[in-house]
Design a protein around this ligand. Structure first.
Ligand code: PMV
Length: 334
């Protein structure tokens, strides 16, 4: 009853920001993302009668019952798993990311997609990809998308039980292999406001929330899907950039305000806009943290990475492309 899985982070082109059901993790809107290559979580889980309580070790740090990271995230997820599998056994989970955790690089998406995949294997649950996407959703909304490779849509769904809120692949990574995201890490510190708390507060208090959910996101989903189908980089970039700005506007107008940007974030946003005016094709997107992801095509990726490395505030620059979905691996971490 031991299994391991790897999964990659995904970067949203149309963001998920807000739930309609917190327990079932049902979103207010759909969303669209690109699964990355190489921003990876590797997770091993073992269920055994020898464990008297759950053990969770992420990036060599142990988390225990009573700590928020355990209770509100993995603890809740394991309860869902145990109810589904009809199995009470305790488990040990060891997970490692090769990128900064909890700083707006969708570490929870990669982590829960890997954990759901590993748990399905370890307990012989026999879930198909759709059911796996639904299970991953219960750990972290965005994890539902990291189950799949390439370009992915998470459908909002209508059902109260969440049975129609899962992710589906729109296109394989090979559909648009030239697309790149150059990630500028402006801070490796943990973010102060987790997405879960932030989005819940936005739904409750942001004056722009209903415009976001009812007007902006449905239009952006259609535009982005068409741009992906046609490999129309300009429309993709313009729309994804506008979508990110709209999400952060909703967040900033939340009470109390949610401000994920730091000085480096703003500096890069201006630089990307200036570079575009000079003729370099690039657009930015930002998730629930200060990092900036610059969308571009392969031909310009190196130039953009080199330019980003010149900034004083930048701690790291990584380039990623459309990548693989979650999969089981024989490599165990313990
Ligand atoms: O899945 P969560 O709860 O970590 O939320 C992710 C929210 C954003 O990254 C900001 C947007 C998204 O769609 O990934």
């Amino acid at each position: 009853m031991k299994a391991s899985a790897i999964a990659n982070a995904n970067i949203a082109l149309v963001k998920y920001w807000g739930k309609r059901n917190k327990e079932l993790m049902l979103p207010q809107t759909g969303s669209v993302s690109m699964t990355t290559e190489g921003l990876q979580a590797h997770t091993t889980v073992e269920f055994s009668p020898d464990y008297t309580e759950d053990i969770l070790i992420v990036n060599d740090r142990e988390y225990r019952k009573g700590e928020e990271e355990y209770d509100d995230y993995v603890g809740l997820f394991l309860k869902v798993v145990r109810d589904m599998a009809g199995n009470d056994m305790k488990c040990k989970i060891v997970s490692r990311n090769n990128f900064p955790t909890a700083a707006g690089l969708a570490s929870s998406a990669a982590g829960f997609a890997a954990l759901a995949t590993a748990v399905n294997e370890a307990l012989g649950m026999g879930l198909d990809e759709r059911q796996l996407s639904i299970l991953a959703r219960r750990g972290s909304g965005s994890a539902t998308r990291s189950i799949h490779a390439g370009f992915v849509e998470w459908k909002r769904g209508e059902a109260e039980d969440g049975s129609d809120s899962y992710a589906e692949q729109l296109f394989q990574p090979g559909h648009w292999p030239e697309l790149r995201m150059v990630i500028a890490v402006t801070s490796k510190k943990d973010k102060k406001i987790k997405s879960r708390a932030g989005m819940s507060q936005s739904v409750a208090t942001s004056p722009y929330y209903s415009i976001w959910a009812n007007d902006i996101v449905p239009k952006h989903i259609e535009t982005i899907k068409k741009a992906l189908a046609e490999k129309d980089f300009r429309t993709l970039g313009e729309t994804a950039e506008l979508n990110a700005i709209a999400m952060h506007t909703v967040a900033m107008a939340t009470v109390p305000p949610i401000m994920y940007w730091n000085a480096g974030t703003i500096e890069i946003m201006h630089a990307v806009m200036d570079w575009r005016d000079e003729g370099l094709q690039c657009y930015f997107t930002i998730d629930g943290g200060p990092q900036v992801k610059v969308m571009c095509l392969e031909k310009d990726a190196e130039e953009i990475a080199n330019r980003l490395k010149q900034f004083e505030n930048i701690e790291d620059v990584m380039t990623t492309r459309p990548g693989q979905g979650a999969s089981v691996t024989d490599e165990h971490l313990f």
